[in-house]
Design a protein around this ligand. Structure first.
Ligand SMILES: NC(=O)c1ccc[n+]([C@@H]2O[C@H](COP(=O)([O-])OP(=O)(O)OC[C@H]3O[C@@H](n4cnc5c(N)ncnc54)[C@H](OP(=O)(O)O)[C@@H]3O)[C@@H](O)[C@H]2O)c1
Length: 296
């Protein structure tokens, strides 16, 4: 099983990364330090998460060589626009304490204000050409957003980071990615959005309680979370599970020594409901989602 994927520009990314969405700043240093200690080599943060500085602190404290950790962050919509996005790079690298980002992506599409998206992406292209980022990409883009971006730019995004878990496989988008050579990065890879405290309705189901995932896990001596992470990897998707719990951080990386059968993979595939847990990317507007990203 591959330990890494190769992006469409030849840059390699670990097959599994570590996410820090909703990780409070005061818990981020410890979580990222734990992740690096147990072997994660890719951290996914975002300007909007408010914890880039703490991710940087953990990278620094780890004493690891810069080139040994793949650092990814995201530009928030309030910073879209050519000059604003170039400045967003300076803000992010300042907080993270790095000179070069391994992957910088646009966090959300703004379908009704797509000119801003194109200007922001042009800034990413400049940063790429100048060697200040090693790869660029997008997040939460629907197929038509990718078409519109490609019509107005020259670099095919290396990744599209989108909601993908057994209850929402996002199949139409995955076919688009395959056709374009874009790596699918799965957010909520173990279905976090199906069980985050305070999200969703009363009748929601948690992937962690799914009997099929439990049955497959039991057969391999693994947990439902490990089954889901293995399912992503074996189908060629990069996953970025989040946890602040040391035992879970380790558990989620401990997936490189077992293999799901084709029947197991197919049994997970059919759990798809076709219903996303997160917001519909078609509805994201600057007015509703604007939020100032601090300078430091
Ligand atoms: N681009 C976007 O718009 C976007 C949106 C959402 C997420 N993301 C990225 O994707 C990452 C992961 O997504 P996510 O945080 O939404 O969901 P997730 O990784 O699927 O699930 C995280 C949740 O699962 C719990 N958990 C983790 N490992 C577990 C295990 N082995 N057993 C049981 N529970 C476990 C965590 O709890 P504890 O922390 O309490 O252990 C947390 O509540 C984020 O951190 C972020 O980097 C991106």
């Amino acid at each position: 099983m591959t330990m890494s994927f190769t992006l469409n520009n030849g840059v390699r990314i670990p097959a599994l990364g570590f996410g820090v969405f909703q990780t409070p700043p005061e818990e981020t240093v410890a979580a990222v330090e734990t992740a690096l200690r147990v072997g994660y080599r890719h951290i996914d943060t975002a300007a909007a998460y408010g914890n880039e500085r703490q991710v940087g602190e953990a990278l620094h404290r780890s004493g690891m060589a810069r080139e040994d950790v793949f650092v990814e962050t995201k530009v928030w919509v309030s910073d879209y626009g050519y000059d604003k996005t170039l400045h967003a790079f300076d803000k992010a690298t300042g907080k993270l304490g790095v000179d070069v980002l391994d992957l910088l992506i646009l966090h959300q599409p703004l379908p009704a204000e797509f000119g801003l998206v194109v200007d922001a992406y042009r800034a990413l292209e400049t940063l790429l050409a100048d060697g200040r980022v090693r790869a660029i990409g997008v997040s939460n883009f629907l197929p038509d957003h990718l078409d519109r971006l490609l019509a107005a730019s020259s670099v095919v995004p290396a990744v599209n980071q989108v909601e993908i878990h057994p209850y929402f496989r996002n199949t139409e988008l995955l076919e688009k990615h395959a056709a374009l050579g874009i790596l699918s990065q799965a957010w909520s890879p173990i279905g976090g959005i199906t069980f985050y405290p305070g999200w969703g309705g009363q009748d929601r189901r948690s992937t962690l309680d799914d009997p099929v995932l439990r049955r497959i896990g039991d057969a391999h001596g693994r947990t439902p979370a490990q089954v889901m992470l293995r399912w992503h990897m074996q189908q060629g998707r990069q996953a970025i599970p989040k946890s602040v719990t040391p035992a879970r951080i380790a558990e989620n990386l401990d997936v490189f020594d077992f293999t799901l059968s084709d029947a197991d993979l197919a049994a997970v595939d059919v759990l798809d409901t076709g219903v996303r847990g997160g917001p519909d990317p078609a509805t994201i507007t600057l007015a509703a989602w604007a939020r100032e990203i601090p300078e430091a």
